[in-house]
Design a protein around this ligand. Structure first.
Ligand code: DLL
Length: 443
């Protein structure tokens, strides 16, 4: 990128003004909003009031931001137990939108927005896009699913508010995505990283080199993706790939977003208050130490969340970012506390597998982890696609690659697992959140 282009994307955008609030002013704003949120939750949400009473804390006890630790946590089960409307803090007549997130089992969780909540969501999404360097001149392809999932509509309103042109393609129909990307001269895109990888693969099969298209930036999220995956995406598409973090319970995408420097997403702290805790003890950990992200909404009207345990593992980054934003960052989320696999006593996260695999040349970014049980012992097999060049090459090349991957896995995981090299296209492609783990242990 030329110096002029770099200047253009790092240039200040007016929607980003709250990103640069002086810290004392930001803290005052957070405290005022926290107090109002706690009061609202206490007055209007029975479950949250009861919890606070059980914990012996009342809204007037929150005198400073540090008092937040006196408040009880909220967890996903609370949303399930009060399904569908039990955590709403206002009458249904004030609610203008519902979204839902499908759990792995049973009923989805339901989240609600007032008009003001939608305005806040739109503004944080516009700020996220501005921090990726998107401007009103961009043509933005929205390849997140539209519907109950928050990805599609969340990005949609943010792009419009920024004044860029949104193309609401939604997820799926990959050939059409590629055609639109090329014909509509798309300059920026959003999708899950795994779906975007699939789009790149289809483009290449259709004889289109995405690096030669005007596409220059992408906001990716909704699933963990490693730094190796970012490097693969940036090289294959000739773009800058930025992280976008969020979850339905808090608002959807737009809780945190990376800036030009790609040093982990900045949390939009004027609306979402981040803490990191030790998931075992529930105690806050020092800045920079890894733990579970806990978020409190500071302006949500319909469904305020007090100290919501996200299960996402990260650390608070308090070092100043060269971009000048005063918003704290979180380390990119590589894993959730609940996607940990325990294989023969060793803790394994799918994201570790991804980093190790993709660091080795000759692999494709399509992989899957298959768990089985043999005579009571858990077995883990990592299936990874390899390029057709390697596959078509001499047996020796395959054997070498296999050995390299076995070594890389053992080194990263501290465990010997089976690695199986498979032909291109043998692993199912995702159009949304990728399913990385197939668990056949109970079969
Ligand atoms: O995935 C919201 C979203 C849409 C974020 C589009 C970004 C882009 P849920 O379906 O409720 O909401 O899933 C939330 O997805 O707790 C994380 O475990 C994971 N997740 C979301 N963004 C990231 C990310 C949307 N950037 C859950 N990196 C969260 C890693 C992410 N994991």
């Amino acid at each position: 990128m030329t110096a002029a282009a770099e200047k253009a994307v790092t240039r200040f955008h007016p929607v980003s003004a709250p990103d640069y609030l002086p810290v004392p002013q930001l803290r005052d704003l957070q405290l005022a909003r926290l107090q109002a949120t706690v009061q609202r939750a206490f007055t209007n949400v029975e479950l949250l009031r009861k919890r606070m009473q059980e914990h012996g804390v009342r809204p007037e006890d929150i005198r400073g931001l540090d008092d937040i630790v006196r408040l009880p946590f909220t967890v996903k089960a609370d949303l399930r137990d009060t399904y569908p409307y039990g955590l709403f803090a206002c009458p249904l007549s004030e609610i203008v939108r519902l979204h839902a997130s499908s759990g792995t089992t049973g009923k989805p969780i339901v989240v609600a927005y007032t008009r003001d909540d939608l305005d806040v969501w739109t503004s944080v999404m516009a700020r996220a896009l501005a921090s990726y360097g998107i401007t009103r001149s961009d043509i933005f392809q929205n390849a997140h699913g539209y519907g109950l999932f928050t990805g599609g509509l969340g990005f949609h309103y943010g792009v419009e508010a920024l004044g860029a042109t949104v193309i609401p393609v939604s997820g799926g129909n990959t050939d059409r995505q590629v055609m639109i990307m090329k014909d509509f001269k798309v300059t920026a895109i959003c999708a899950t990283p795994s779906y975007f990888i699939h789009m790149l693969e289809r483009a290449s099969e259709m004889g289109i080199d995405v690096r030669e298209l005007p596409l220059r930036a992408g906001g990716f999220g909704a699933e963990p993706w490693s730094e190796s995956m970012r490097q693969r995406i940036q090289a294959a598409a000739g773009i800058r790939a930025y992280d976008c973090y969020g979850l339905s319970e808090i608002t959807g995408p737009g809780v945190a977003a990376e800036c030009w420097f790609q040093g982990g997403p900045h949390v939009f702290e004027d609306h979402f208050y981040p803490e990191v805790i030790d998931p075992e003890s529930g105690q806050n950990v020092p800045d920079g130490v890894e733990g579970e992200l806990v978020v409190t909404t500071l302006s949500k009207q319909a469904m305020p969340m007090i100290r919501y345990r996200t299960r996402d593992i990260t650390a608070l980054v308090t070092e100043a970012c060269p971009c000048g934003r005063t918003l704290r960052r979180i380390r990119r989320i590589g894993r959730r506390s609940d996607d940990m696999l325990i294989i023969r006593g060793v803790n394994v996260f799918p994201s570790q597998v991804e980093s190790a695999l993709l660091a080795v040349e000759g692999t494709l970014p399509h992989y899957q982890i298959v768990l089985t049980r043999d005579k009571g012992l858990d077995q883990m097999e990592v299936q990874v696609e390899v390029t057709s060049e390697v596959f078509g090459d001499r047996v020796r090349a395959l054997v070498d690659l296999h050995e390299k991957l076995m070594g890389a896995m053992e080194q990263t995981l501290g465990l010997r697992v089976n690695v199986r090299l498979v032909e291109p296209h043998s692993i199912q492609r995702s159009e949304g959140k990728a399913k990385r783990v197939i668990d056949r242990r109970a079969e």
